[in-house]
Ligand binder design. Structure first.
Ligand code: C2E
Ligand code: MG
Ligand code: MG
Length: 591
């Protein structure tokens, strides 16, 4: 049995239902079992009410008399086995007859075990223990998360179903708190998945502890708090709260959970700090079924994350609309390629010293048939979450390479082509082969291809990432770190990995050079790039003063609205030809 549930002797908190028309028999059974430590009993004398009582009380085991006046045990057993909810319920049949036909019939109907009447006390205790052991083992496999030992999604949904039924009957509320660890992926990437697993176990312990310390009511009292916490998947946990009086009670619990997780975790001799985003949905206010309640709690969590994480968020109509919109977006995104709705814009990268165009960055554009233009920051995360980025990214790569070859043929020689590669795309083992294939299909010069990745991509399993990077280098393409300075990574990877270029994040340019701090950061990044022999590109350059500043620092390339906004391929060609005409009239005429 698992840690969390191993409190005292395992089965004493099992609830035992006895269905017998003779109250005296039940009293004897109860006394015997009480002497052996069992505590929870439900006695049903009227067999016509038995099935309903089982659905309502959800006992762990039923001791069922076969011969009863109004309704016999056979028909009860039959009804239980026909219902998916009670199909596997443990039922020990009490039978006074030694007749093998009766036993056979009960067995056919799915009895778990038998006890002969009059009941032998030690046999009763033994059979009950065996049945509960088997049940616990089966439950463990089917209903518990193997890592944290908490209930899994299946069990949680089952309990929630039950919680909702009780709330309906008693006219109370149920809340679902959906808890996601912020940036959990980074822990996995930094310390490895085993450390990530250890963290999940510790988090589950703290959640149980925090919940135990609150005055939540659950069947079995505070000690059984873990029953209402589940690990849904990955870094997501859910908590069900029942018998709620008001929403300030929920807020207090959410706060308690958050503060319980605020203390650092000791994982592999390192202190790890985490925060969580909590989404909360209520029955009956926000949803009237288990499914929608879960969905809405999930949507509230997503909203809390978007709001900046480390907070809790109650579900609302606004969140519903946002979730709906995201779903619609995902839906339309699925057909974006076949419908030909994507295109690439190109933004020039300019040599800081000479003003020459050195290359272009390909930037994705989506023209939605009804919504019009949708910016990349809105749809790329959706494409990443849904896995569609792999396909879209390959389309981008192929298009950009084709364009580069066409430009070469038109006389725009030696322009590099920068292509953004999302983390998910890059981590795919097949990525180097895809790059290789696209290059050979299009005939592009590999050395003109610059793959832009973000710092986050480089964190994690060093050997694997290094291997991927070196494969790309063997192909001949260049590697650039986009949005440099915004990641949380250590700088040591700049030395360890074969990087060619750094792109200073736009956020540092905004107040440069006026703001001394921003200017100092830009200066430091350029100096560092210099000393590591890396090319350095400043993006988001909009003003003359910024250009001057960057020239003085000897920054290699500049990209930004100051020179040109991203534009369709034809405009980009015209832009280049104009420049060539100005700077090198001979070449432009020939083009
Ligand atoms: P990024 O790769 O850092 O691209 C630079 C972004 O800054 C572009 O936004 C560009 O239009 C914008 N920008 C350039 N110069 C200026 C300027 O002077 N001022 C201002 N305010 N903005 C400037 P865009 O095109 O909206 O793309 C946003 C992000 O979307 C990109 O950031 C990149 O991370 C992502 N993205 C774009 N295309 C792709 C793609 O094909 N694949 C992937 N995975 N991501 C892409
Ligand atoms: Mg980029
Ligand atoms: Mg960037």
């Amino acid at each position: 049995m698992n840690d969390i549930r191993k409190q005292g002797t395992p089965f004493f908190d099992a609830s035992i239902m006895m269905i017998d028309d003779e109250p005296l028999v039940m009293d004897v059974l109860q006394t015997t079992l009480e002497e052996h430590g069992y505590r929870y009993f439900i006695k049903i004398e009227d067999s016509t009410k038995a099935v309903e009582a089982i659905y309502h009380e959800r006992p762990d085991v039923v001791l069922l008399d076969l011969i009863m006046p109004e309704r016999d045990g056979f028909s009860i057993l039959e009804e239980l086995r026909a219902n998916p909810d009670t199909k596997f319920l443990s039922v020990i049949v009490l039978t006074s007859s030694n007749d093998s036909n009766t036993k056979l019939k009960a067995l056919e109907l799915g009895a778990t075990d038998f006890l002969a009447k009059p009941v032998d006390r030690s046999e009763l205790v033994l059979r009950l223990r065996n049945t509960l052991t088997v049940k616990a083992y089966q439950d463990q496999l089917a209903y518990y998360d193997t890592l944290t030992q908490l209930p899994n999604r299946k069990l949680f949904l089952d309990r929630l179903d039950w919680g909702i039924k009780c709330a309906l009957r008693d006219d109370t509320q149920v809340a679902v708190l959906n808890i996601a660890i912020d940036r959990f992926q980074q822990v996995n990437e930094l310390l490895g998945t085993q450390a990530g697993d250890e963290l999940l176990v510790e988090v589950s312990r703290r959640l149980v502890k925090s919940l135990r310390e609150t005055d939540t009511v659950s069947r079995g009292g505070q000690e059984a708090a873990w029953r209402n916490i589940a690990r849904l998947s990955g870094d997501e946990f859910s908590i069900m709260l029942t018998d709620l009086k008001n929403s300030s009670q929920i807020v207090a619990i959410a706060e308690r959970l958050r503060s319980g997780l605020r203390e650092p975790f000791q994982i592999r001799q390192r202190e790890i700090y985490i925060t969580v985003s909590i989404g909360i949905a209520l029955f009956p206010k926000d949803a009237d079924t288990t499914d929608t309640l879960m969905k809405h709690a999930g949507a509230a969590t997503a909203y809390a994350k978007e709001k900046g994480r480390d907070c809790y968020q109650f579900f609302s109509a606004e969140i519903n609309a946002a979730a709906q919109q995201r779903m619609n977006l995902e839906h339309s995104l699925r057909r974006v390629l076949e419908r030909n709705e994507l295109s690439l814009y190109y933004q020039p990268k300019i040599c800081a010293l000479t003003g020459e165009i050195k290359g272009a960055e390909a930037l994705l554009r989506w023209r939605h048939p009804t919504r019009g233009f949708i910016p990349p920051y809105e749809f790329i995360p959706v494409a990443e979450d849904s896995g569609m980025i792999t396909q879209i990214g390959e389309w981008v790569l192929r298009r950009a390479c084709e364009k580069n070859v066409q430009w070469l043929q038109k006389g725009l020689a030696d322009l590099s082509m920068s292509v953004n590669v999302s983390a998910q795309q890059f981590r795919d083992n097949k990525f180097p082969a895809i790059v290789q294939k696209v290059l050979s299909d299009t005939g592009m010069d590999p050395e003109l291809l610059v793959l832009e990745i973000t710092e986050g991509v480089l964190m994690g399993d060093r050997d694997r990432i290094g291997d991927l990077l070196f494969k790309i280098k063997t192909i001949g393409a260049l590697l650039s770190i986009d949005d440099f300075g915004t990641g949380y990574s250590s700088l040591s990877y700049l030395k360890a990995f074969p990087i060619d270029e750094l792109k200073i994040d736009r956020s540092f340019m905004v107040d440069t050079p006026a703001d001394v701090d921003s200017a100092a950061i830009v200066r430091t990044i350029v100096a560092m790039a210099r000393s590591l022999d890396l090319q350095v590109v400043a993006e988001g350059v909009e003003e003359e003063a910024q250009v001057q500043f960057l020239r003085e620092l000897s920054c290699d390339q500049i990209q930004g609205y100051y020179f040109a906004k991203p534009m369709p391929a034809e405009d980009f060609e015209a832009f280049c030809l104009k420049q060539l005409g100005k700077d090198q009239p001979g070449r432009a005429k020939g083009a």
